[in-house]
Design a protein around this ligand. Structure first.
Ligand code: GAP
Length: 511
C-alpha cells in the first residue's frame, strides 16, 4: 500500500494536471505558500462557498451577509489584540538554518506518541478480533496509559509556558523531548522568539508610521466594526449572525502541505451575537450544527473529530476545532470559538463610540457576546480533493484516476460527448448542452475516443457523461454514464434535466 506521502504527492500533481490548483507565479519558479486556482478549481471553490452560504445565510432567517474591505483602519488591530498577541513562537536550528514553530515541533512529537497508541490499538484489535473494545483497551492497557500520561504532561507544560509567555520554558521543553531538526538531525536550537504574523504595508505616499496598514489576518474584524451598521440597517434582533467570505493573510513561519497552510487564503466566517450569559448554549449549538454541515457531504463520519482547545486565544473563553483526517493525519479544518464580548468592547474603547444593543425583551442595553464559526475555504477544498482522489484497477485490466467529489460540489455536472464528429451528432450534442447549461455547469467535448473522454471526465470528477450516438438521432435517447459505478443506461433526452437535478440538488444534502 502506498504511504500517505505518496498519496498526497499524487493528489497535488493530479490537482495541477487537471486544472485545479497551480503554484503561484510558476514561470518564476513559484512563490512559497501562494497558489492559483485553475478552471476546475475555481468552480469547486465557488460551489463550496455556495454550499456554505446557502446553509449559513440563506437558510437562517437571523443571519445576514457582509463583504468588508481587506484594508482596515490600523487601530482595528491594536484593539483586536493582533498587534500585541498574534504571534507564533519561532525557533531556528543552528546547523540547518531552518526555521520552525516551536509549538508545532512539540505537537509533531505528540503526534508520534499518538501514532504509537494507534499501533497498539491495531495490534490489540487483531489479537482480540470481534471482542475488541477500543474504549476499554485505551482506558486500561498499561502501555497506552503511560503514553497518554506523557502526552498530557507535554501538553500541560507547553500550554502553560505559551500562555504565560515563558519562551525559555518552551525551548527547554523542545530540548527535554530531544526534538531534532528533520533536516540537520541535530538538536542545536536557538532561543524561542515571538514573531507577529501580520503583513504590513503602507497607504499613500507618505512614509510616516501613521499610514502603516496591515493585511487582515482574519475576516472577523470587518464584521465587528460593522456590527451596528448591519444590526440597524437589516433590523436584526439578538440572537443574530453576520457572515462573510473573504481573503485573509498571515506571514506563516512554516507554510507547507500544499494549500493547507498558505500565506494568502480565504475564510468563511460567521459571528453570532448573543445575550451575555447565553454564549455557552450557542457555542454548543454551533458545534453541533457545523459538524452536521460537514457530515452532510457524506464523506465519512469517522473522518471528523472535535479537538477542544486547552490553550485559548486572547479573545476566547471556549474553543474547539473540527479536525479532518487529511492524508497527513487529523488536522484543523474549522474553528468554533466563544469570543466573549472581547472584540466589541475593545472597538468601543479604542474608537470611543458606543457599541451596544438595546434588548427590548429584557429592557437592557449591553455589549453582545459572540460565538464564531470560522472555516478555511482552501482547507475545505483540500478536504474534498484529498478525500475524493481514487486510483482504481478496472476489471478489463485498465486503471483510472478519478475524483469522487460529492456531486453537489463537482465543478462540472455533466459532459456532453458526441460519439463521432459527423452525421449530425455534434449538432444534437450542442442542442442538449444548450438545454442543460443554464442550470448545470456542463462541458462539450468531441476530441479523442469515447473511452479516453470518459477517463478524462472521471479524473475531473464529473458525475455524468452523456453520449450522443446514432440511436440518439433516431429515438432521442442518449447513453448516460455514472462516474462512480461506470454504469451506462439508455435514457431519453427529456429526462436528463430531472436526473441530473435529483443528483446535484443542494436541498438533498443540506438538512
Ligand atoms: N477568526 C478566527 C480565526 O481566524 P483561526 O483558527 O486562526 O481562527 C480559522 O482560523 C480557520 O482559517 C482555520 O480553521 C483554517 O481552516 C483557516 N486557516 C487559518 N490559517 C490558515 C492558513 N495559513 N492557510 C489556510 N487556511 C488557514
Amino acid at each position: 500500500m502506498a504511504n500517505y506521502e505518496d498519496i498526497f504527492k499524487k493528489v497535488v500533481s493530479h490537482a495541477k494536471e487537471y486544472g485545479y490548483v497551480f503554484q503561484s507565479s510558476e514561470i518564476y519558479d513559484g512563490l512559497a505558500a501562494a497558489y492559483d486556482y485553475g478552471p476546475f478549481g475555481v468552480e469547486l471553490k465557488n460551489n463550496i462557498k455556495n454550499y456554505w452560504w446557502k446553509s449559513m445565510v440563506n437558510m437562517h432567517e437571523n443571519i445576514v451577509g457582509l463583504d468588508s474591505a481587506i484594508f482596515m483602519h490600523p487601530t482595528t488591530w491594536r484593539a483586536s489584540g493582533h498587534l500585541d498577541a498574534f504571534n507564533d513562537p519561532l525557533i531556528d536550528n543552528k546547523d540547518s538554518k531552518k526555521r520552525y514553530r516551536a509549538d508545532v515541533l512539540i505537537e509533531n512529537h505528540i503526534s508520534k506518541i499518538e501514532a504509537k497508541i494507534e499501533k497498539d490499538c491495531v495490534k490489540a484489535a487483531k489479537r482480540f478480533g470481534d471482542d475488541f473494545n477500543r474504549e476499554e483497551f485505551v482506558s486500561t492497557n498499561g502501555r497506552v496509559l503511560e503514553r497518554q500520561k506523557k502526552i498530557d504532561e507535554i501538553n500541560e507544560k507547553m500550554n502553560s509556558s505559551l500562555s504565560s509567555g515563558n519562551l525559555e520554558a518552551v525551548k527547554s521543553l523542545v530540548e527535554e523531548l530531544d526534538i531534532k531538526c528533520p533536516v540537520s538531525g541535530t538538536n542545536n536550537w536557538t532561543d524561542v522568539r515571538q514573531f507577529n504574523l501580520m503583513f504590513k504595508t503602507q497607504m499613500g505616499s507618505t512614509a510616516d508610521a501613521s499610514s502603516d496598514l496591515y493585511l487582515r489576518p482574519e475576516t472577523a474584524q470587518g464584521i465587528f466594526v460593522n456590527f451596528l451598521n448591519v444590526q440597524k440597517t437589516a433590523r436584526m434582533k439578538i440572537p443574530f449572525g453576520i457572515a462573510q467570505i473573504g481573503k485573509a493573510f498571515r506571514n506563516e513561519i512554516v507554510a507547507r502541505q500544499f494549500i493547507f497552510r498558505m500565506r494568502e487564503f480565504e475564510q468563511m466566517e460567521m459571528q453570532f451575537f448573543v445575550r451575555p450569559g447565553e454564549e455557552m448554549k450557542w457555542y454548543e449549538y454551533w458545534k453541533e450544527f457545523r459538524m452536521k454541515w460537514h457530515q452532510s457531504l457524506g464523506i465519512g463520519e469517522d473522518n471528523y473529530r472535535f479537538h477542544d482547545h486547552e490553550a485559548l486565544a486572547h479573545y476566547a473563553n471556549a474553543a474547539t476545532d473540527i479536525e479532518f483526517k487529511f492524508p497527513f493525519g487529523f488536522k484543523e479544518l474549522e474553528g468554533i470559538h466563544s469570543r466573549t464580548d472581547f472584540d466589541l468592547k475593545a472597538h468601543q474603547e479604542f474608537s470611543g463610540k458606543k457599541i451596544q444593543y438595546f434588548d427590548a425583551e429584557i429592557n437592557e442595553s449591553y455589549v453582545p457576546y459572540v460565538v464564531e464559526t470560522s472555516i478555511g475555504l482552501d482547507r475545505m477544498f483540500l478536504t474534498i480533493l484529498s478525500n475524493s482522489f481514487r486510483e482504481e484497477e478496472l476489471e478489463n485490466g485498465d486503471s483510472r484516476a478519478m475524483l469522487k467529489i460529492p456531486a453537489v460540489l463537482a465543478p462540472l455536472k455533466a459532459a456532453i460527448l458526441p460519439l463521432t464528429k459527423k452525421d449530425g451528432m455534434p449538432e444534437k450534442a450542442r442542442e442538449i448542452m444548450k438545454s442543460l447549461q443554464t442550470d448545470f455547469n456542463c462541458q462539450y467535448e468531441e476530441k479523442d475516443s469515447i473511452g479516453k473522454r470518459y477517463r478524462r471526465q472521471d479524473a475531473i470528477g464529473t458525475p455524468f457523461c452523456i453520449t450522443v450516438d446514432h440511436q440518439t438521432l433516431e429515438d432521442n435517447t442518449v447513453t448516460l454514464r455514472d462516474r462512480d459505478s461506470m454504469n451506462q443506461e439508455r435514457c431519453s433526452v427529456e429526462k436528463l434535466h430531472s436526473i441530473i437535478s435529483e443528483k446535484v440538488n443542494i436541498a438533498k444534502y443540506l438538512f
